[in-house]
Design a protein around this ligand. Sequence first.
Ligand SMILES: Cc1cc2nc3c(=O)[nH]c(=O)nc-3n(C[C@H](O)[C@H](O)[C@H](O)COP(=O)(O)OP(=O)(O)OC[C@H]3O[C@@H](n4cnc5c(N)ncnc54)[C@H](O)[C@@H]3O)c2cc1C
Length: 284
Amino acid sequence: MAHSTWLYQMRDIKFQIKEWLPLEEKLLSLDAYKDYYGIDDIDNFLDVNFKVCRDVMCPANKDADEPGATFVGGNEHAVVTPDSFKNVYKTIQDAELGQQFGFRGEGKIPLVWYAPILEMQSGASPSIVMFWCLTQGATTVLQDYGTQKQKDVFLEKMLAGQWCGTMGLTEPGAGSEVGALASKAFPTDKPHIYKMKGTKCFITSGDHDLAENIIHLMLAKTPGAAEGTAGISLFIVPKFWVDPDTGEMGAWNDVTSVGIEHKMGIHGSSTLTLAMGENDNCYG
Ligand SMILES: Cc1cc2nc3c(=O)[nH]c(=O)nc-3n(C[C@H](O)[C@H](O)[C@H](O)COP(=O)(O)OP(=O)(O)OC[C@H]3O[C@@H](n4cnc5c(N)ncnc54)[C@H](O)[C@@H]3O)c2cc1C
């Protein structure tokens, strides 16, 4: 998308958020926000995001079509992204304009402010925005359902964009019928550590070179688990192993990037097939 063809009606969005919605009396008077933001702070978020979208994301979007995200294979970074993507990612990270970057507990931005920010970013480059959107999904799951230890080990780096996240549901034989999934998690002699085996497909941002680690949230079943969705469990399966006690990043965790999907419209988004445990050495 050429820089000049991206248009955004800021007056419209500011009218809806600042004038039409009763944000000041309702949302911004809640404890989570009242000591941090006033109604006029939205201008700053929207204006900065507008400039980042117009001046950094839009020009990079042409690289999303060609060369796009390139599959090279290997365990380090199986997908190489254009330099312009790295520049966008760093800019978004520094400006804390990915949703998860702004959601750090105290001082988090209200979701209703984030909606137009994400909308602008999705318009500027539907491919590039995927690299932080999926991390947002994974961090939300960890924040809502993770143990305190899991939060301590994973969240800070994921919220800062240093590590990314994915959501690993779909398998070659289990799309809409997710309960049919065949991935397995076998208990080991270490408490809460499982040996993982299985193949996932269509995993958005399944691998890339924008972050130093990728934390996959993988659906799998333990031996003897119930049929269908009732038997599904969720496992944290890092690309590079993360010590559950210290949070230190270790060796490659046997999550193999098998191949990339070529998709019209979002060629720059890396949608991967991932195999867990090809070398019998994948843990979650
Ligand atoms: C670009 C892209 C990114 C994706 N990213 C992720 C990701 O990050 N993580 C992830 O886990 N998955 C991801 N997916 C996978 C996506 O969630 C699946 O494609 C989806 O669950 C559908 O599964 P399927 O493709 O196997 O289709 P199928 O389940 O085979 O469905 C094919 C068709 O049959 C219809 N159908 C299926 N079951 C029924 C039924 N019982 N009754 C009537 N109609 C039915 C469906 O509506 C559909 O039209 C992604 C997919 C795409 C295209």
